[in-house]
Write a protein that binds this ligand. Structure first.
Ligand SMILES: [Zn+2]
Length: 482
């Protein structure tokens, strides 16, 4: 019964254009899933419904209408797109699915420079969400109260269906406390489900581990956190700290670790799953396209959800679709009823992937790419071959002794590309070089460093957005407490 309801919901939402989605509908779905679980002890195979979607042909006329609507709204009601289309000599009605490539992409810098120029002037904005900006200056995105409520409700349904979250579950968030919008929506979602939650932030890893392993007895709740949401680099920091402190899986009550926002390697995943005794689930999202996103299937493809917008994979210049297997960039056009405030047409995200075809996985009905291979500006070209950050990270973190979060830099020398990495054990550099060559990475050498100070500049990671407490700082204490 519930399965049918969800399928109808999914189909229904695709067809809703004249009005907003009713948040109450989502709340009813959440309530009925909870009721079913309470009565039957489970909700069956609802996860399958997330992979089912209208096929390409059935979706096309719907996408055509959604595109027409967002084009018209963007041209009539935003400062940026009025100028953008005028400059390109285009009228909004010129742009259809088949002529989309005549519209120049929207670079992220344009949104960064003046986010208010993208706001639909008919909508009442509520919250200015800022990205954490580890790969450049932070970008701001305005949202309405409706969008926040919708995002919360959709997250609640996802927590129930994809993560089997129950009222006895305890959610721990180790996300940057500046990511308030996302945290607000997840906390709202846990409230809808009836679970408990704790936003711990990017604090010292010892503090986060104490929360994960310490008991907090409350009636009807698990004593320790059961679901953790964090970034790969912070997960790496937790793993290495827990290993150093002698923790093992018996110390934790985690069932699932949701991890996204950076590249998650197979090596880190394995090490985290072994240490915490939990399943690591990779997620893909971006403030700019919320609540849109993508799912990583069991076969580790990235599947693009067609419900919340029109997603293209363009070549690296952003001028034509990338061919299957070719390096391309995820490009997003969020649509109504999921997006009403910050309108974005063909946002060129900078996230590099390769389109995949002919797949045979549980989400094969959805368009797919590889997982994100890195940011466009971090690709390196050596001897005519492009090297992606993921290729390097996979090789680096595939070592059981790899320092986590890993730190690396590549330097072009007269001999070729040399990888510098932080290592605190002997043999890591040699093994990393062997794995790199076996993986076909054209590395001339690997240099190990025992401290960051001697290394060439490395990329910052989100785990660097450390949040301090008074106990962590050496600030002088006053004689008398107030
Ligand atoms: Zn797949």
């Amino acid at each position: 019964m519930l399965g049918t309801a969800l399928a109808q919901l999914r189909h229904g939402l695709s067809l809703v254009f004249g009005s907003r989605v009713r948040i109450a509908d989502f709340e009813r779905i959440v309530a009925s899933i909870l009721a079913t679980r309470a009565e039957f002890g489970g909700i069956g195979d609802l996860a399958a419904f997330r992979g089912r979607a209208l096929d390409q042909d059935a979706r096309r006329p719907i996408d055509e209408r959604r595109l027409r609507r967002v084009m018209r709204a963007a041209y009539d009601n935003t400062v940026f797109y009025r100028q953008h289309l005028d400059r390109a000599g285009l009228r909004p009605e010129d742009i259809t699915l088949s002529t989309m490539d005549t519209l120049p992409v929207t670079p992220k810098e344009a949104l960064r420079d003046l986010p208010e120029a993208f706001v639909d002037q008919r909508v009442r904005p509520w919250y200015r969400a800022e990205t954490t900006g580890t790969t450049g200056a932070p970008t701001a995105v305005w949202f309405s109260r409706y969008e926040a409520d919708l995002f919360s409700a959709m997250t609640a349904v996802s927590l129930l269906i994809d993560f089997d979250l129950g009222t006895d579950d305890v959610v721990q968030l180790n996300l940057s406390s500046r990511a308030v919008f996302g945290i607000h929506c997840v906390l709202n979602a846990t409230a809808m489900v009836g679970a408990t939650a704790n936003s711990v932030g990017l604090v010292a890893p010892e503090v986060a581990l104490a929360r994960l392993s310490g008991s907090a007895p409350l009636a009807g709740r698990r004593p320790r956190p059961t679901l953790l949401s964090t970034y790969p680099s912070y997960l790496g920091l937790l793993v290495s700290t827990a290993e150093r402190l002698g923790h093992d899986a018996g110390d934790f009550g985690l069932r699932t670790i949701m991890c996204g926002g950076e590249i998650l390697t197979d090596g880190l995943r394995r090490r985290a799953e072994r240490l915490f005794g939990a399943t690591v689930v990779e997620t893909y999202g971006m403030t700019e396209i919320s609540p849109g996103g993508a799912q990583v299937c069991a076969a580790r493809h990235l599947h693009l959800n067609p419900e919340q917008g029109i997603t293209e994979v363009l070549d690296r210049t952003g001028t034509r679709p990338a061919e299957p297997g070719e390096l391309g960039v995820l490009t997003f056009t969020p649509v109504h009823p999921y997006r009403e405030t910050t309108l974005l047409l063909r946002l060129f995200s900078g996230d590099v992937v390769r389109p995949l075809t002919g797949l045979d996985c549980d989400l094969a009905a959805l368009p797919a790419t590889t997982r994100v291979l890195g940011k466009l500006q971090h690709l390196r070209e050596i001897e005519g071959r492009v090297v992606t950050p993921r290729e390097i990270l996979e090789v680096v973190e595939d070592d059981p002794d790899a320092v986590l979060p890993s730190r690396f830099a590549t330097v072009e020398t007269s001999d070729g590309l040399v990888l510098h990495l932080l290592a605190d054990r002997d043999g890591v550099a040699e093994r990393t070089h062997e794995r790199a060559l076996a993986a076909g990475l054209p590395l001339a050498g690997v240099v190990a460093h025992t401290e960051l100070a001697t290394m060439p500049a490395t990329q910052p990671v989100r785990a660097d957005l450390r949040e301090l407490r008074f106990a962590d700082t050496a600030a002088p204490r006053t004689e008398f407490a107030r």
